[in-house]
Write a protein that binds this ligand. Structure first.
Ligand SMILES: *[C@@H]1O[C@H](CO)[C@@H](O)[C@H](O)[C@H]1NC(C)=O
Ligand SMILES: *[C@@H]1O[C@H](CO)[C@@H](O)[C@H](O)[C@H]1NC(C)=O
Ligand SMILES: *[C@@H]1O[C@H](CO)[C@@H](O)[C@H](O)[C@H]1NC(C)=O
Length: 361
């Protein structure tokens, strides 16, 4: 069985890094980490293959100089050296670019080198993994990502980004001290689609912090904190659709949280066709009382949740969990239907639900 695999490897590697003079047709291959080579490849090449490199400790694999329409393909296993710093390990910017991975490639964050159970709250400084920033009409697809030290995708300042078929496997962090391994955090962006992806982590599967025009669909989330808007405070979140997804073995199923005393808005939000299994805290939780990462018990109305549709959310929570929990002020225009979340016995709040919302706790 080993021989055919070995012969394929021999045929594929190594390809020497080179920049042809006719750049309009250039494909460049990077097989060794060198920041200058990577910068030059972006200036000269339309297609960049990054094959099995080990990025120096404390360095970002910097793909922020890509030509318009460029394509980057990861091959083999990419690793990063160990250093206490905040990263990111990989940064991507550009217009109409495509980032993808060949079969059997792996972006291995080697999170175990940093994990100490404290995530972003203390202990070792840990690098965030992937930072799509100022990406326009671009696509990230078919990536295999393993063991992020802390947050996986931190998406900021993008307009028109589709993330499709990404596998985030931070399962080792369940017993190895992984914490705050949010899969997809989005802020200050427009028109971002995340679809067809699979996440095993220890924090939010999706966390929308600000921005508008987001779609999260056809995804699988396990081990973390569920599909979440927030915490939103002194920012605005508008037009987010979270649909056709499954959440299991997670603290929450679906969640919206806004910050106590903050001014902002959460508007035009849809959760539809989401199945839940073995949720340990709350199946559905909507709360307007957050402060310093925890609930105060008192919601405020400065950041109201309006135009909220929650439709066809079904499945089970653990006996020690709550099915539905709502604690808000100033909400309006809510439409709940087809809510079949069962199994929970934990005490719930049911405060601030607008009349006619069609929900009970
Ligand atoms: C560069 O390559 C393209 C595609 O093969 C070709 O059409 C073009 O004429 C070449 N340009 C030069 C300057 O050789
Ligand atoms: C409800 O959502 C589930 C997925 O969780 C889907 O399979 C089912 O078809 C949906 N039902 C309706 C009536 O939309
Ligand atoms: C929810 O599921 C139903 C049944 O499969 C489907 O008709 C509907 O389009 C789905 N809703 C969304 C927002 O995808």
């Amino acid at each position: 069985m080993l021989l055919p695999v070995l012969s394929v490897l021999v045929i594929l590697s190594p390809i020497v890094y080179s920049i042809p003079h006719n750049t309009s047709a250039a494909s460049c291959t990077i097989t060794k980490y060198n920041a200058n080579d990577i910068l030059n490849a972006q200036k000269e090449c339309n297609e960049i293959i990054i094959n099995g490199i080990s990025v120096d400790a404390g360095k970002t694999l910097d793909l922020t100089h890509l030509k318009q329409g460029a394509k980057v393909i990861f091959q083999g296993t990419i690793t990063w050296g160990y250093k206490e710093w905040t990263g990111p390990l990989l940064k991507i910017s550009g217009t109409e670019v495509e980032i993808t991975g060949a079969a059997n490639h792996l972006l291995d964050g080697q999170g175990h080198l940093w994990w100490d159970g404290l995530g972003g709250n203390g202990g070792k400084a840990k690098p965030r993994f992937v930072n799509p920033s100022n990406l326009h009409n671009s696509k990230i697809s078919n990536l295999n990502i393993k063991n992020s030290p802390v947050h996986v995708f931190v998406i900021k300042g993008c307009d028109g980004l589709t993330i499709d078929n990404v596998l985030i496997d931070d399962k080792d962090g369940d017993t190895g001290g992984g914490h705050n391994t949010d899969a997809f955090d989005i802020s200050s962006s427009t028109n971002v689609v995340i679809k067809g992806s699979t996440v095993y982590n220890q924090d939010d599967c999706l966390a929308v912090k600000s921005g508008k025009g987001y779609v999260f669909t056809d995804n699988f989330c396990s081990g973390g904190h569920g599909i979440s808007i927030g915490s939103v405070g002194n920012t605005a979140v508008e037009s987010v659709q979270m649909t056709n997804s499954h959440v299991e073995n997670s603290a929450n199923g679906i969640r919206i949280k806004t910050v106590y005393g903050a001014v902002g808005s959460v508007k035009d939000i849809t959760f539809e066709n989401i199945s839940l299994k073995d949720i340990t805290g709350y199946g559905i939780i909507i709360e307007g009382d957050y402060e310093n990462g925890g609930p105060t018990g008192t919601p405020t109305d400065g950041c109201p949740i309006t135009e909220l549709t929650v439709k066809n959310i079904t499945g089970t929570v653990k006996e020690s969990a709550a099915n539905v929990y709502v604690l808000v002020e100033g909400a309006s225009d809510w439409h709940f239907s087809g809510i079949g979340v069962t199994g929970g016995k934990k005490a719930v709040k049911c405060q601030g639900i607008p009349p006619g919302a069609g929900i009970s706790c």
